[in-house]
Design a protein around this ligand. Sequence first.
Ligand code: AMP
Length: 393
Amino acid sequence: MKIISINAGSSSLKFTLFELPERTTIASGTFEKIGLEDSFYTIKYNGEKIRKEASIPTHTEAVDTLMKELLDMNIVSSLDEIEGVGHRIVHGGSEFTESVVLNDDVVKRISAYNEYAPLHNPANLLGVEAFRKALPNAIQVGVFDTSFHQSMDEIHYLYPVPYEWYEKYGVRRYGFHGTSHKYVYNEIKKFLGKDNLKAITCHIGNGGSVTAIDSGKVIETSMGFTPLAGLMMGTRSGDIDPSILEFICNKKGITIGEATNELNKKSGLLGVSGVSSDSRDIEDAIASGNERAKLAQDIYASKVANYIAMYNNMLDGADVIVFTAGLGENSKDMREAIVSRIHSLGVTLDLDANNMRGEFKCVSSKDSKIPVYVVPTNEELMIALDTYDLKNK
Ligand code: AMP
């Protein structure tokens, strides 16, 4: 059965077409700069990649163009072959605890959470609207970044603020990257063959979060009410003293919105190093002796290490630590910098095994008290698998 996985942003749309249950990727691609002058798209199929410039004023034209290309390139012989469309939706509040079939009523209920993720949710729903028109016979499914984390208990999702903030305005920890944490957890659980597995999953890419999971239930995750919380990231600060906001607004004469924007876009690795948000640039700068780049890497690694130690405590001892996403899968230096800071847990790397990129692999030494694995994430596949399951229900 063919299932297409969709990630619609405000000016982009990414797709991956899968054959399930075989888990084969048939084709993938992106539509970029939707609504701008120089829009273009790329499609990868049969080992080849095409790139075309085209007028793409809205998501509807992006989806119509994609449907036409799928037919013209003989990727499908009829659009009816695509039996399901899985949409990434960033925020489903505490209401959507699992993936859901999208209909008018559900779409309306999801849009109630737009104010929690104003940059993402409305764009995700534009994708939904376009695909509901283009493929009216296919099942449309919403897969939320937040839903895996809704198994958290109150003790871990409530902030110690006036209770009314939670009751009236929904201020609580929601957590994000749930699709990725769930995917790598399921993969490592399958591999280790242990049902009641206690895992600490570290999704560290441009955004980053760490999650403590016990027997498939999220105990706690480092992102919070928004993805700004928790770890230091590429351009986000992660946790800081909230009083800094008022102080810096007064000092710089800027609004809270402007200061929050600096915390989202100008902080993290970029803010501390002054070099880049990309850890490849940071590693190059360190190699050429840039001390602030080294400081940025050290702070980053220290934050991840401290979350791992805290979550190991919450889990009363983890069975496994997993690294995933851009840095987790590809940066041996960052893995080394993190693990060198959790020696108190008896965790050590095998430096030879760690000297690799992007493989599903155990990278800890034989005597490490907790094994450490790299598990490449695949959020697109997880979205397609949930869609497939709901189609077969
Ligand atoms: P993601 O958000 O998961 O796509 O991760 C993107 C980030 O992964 C980039 O900004 C880089 O910081 C990091 N990354 C990707 N490849 C490498 C690599 N070979 N070495 C170090 N960092 C990498």
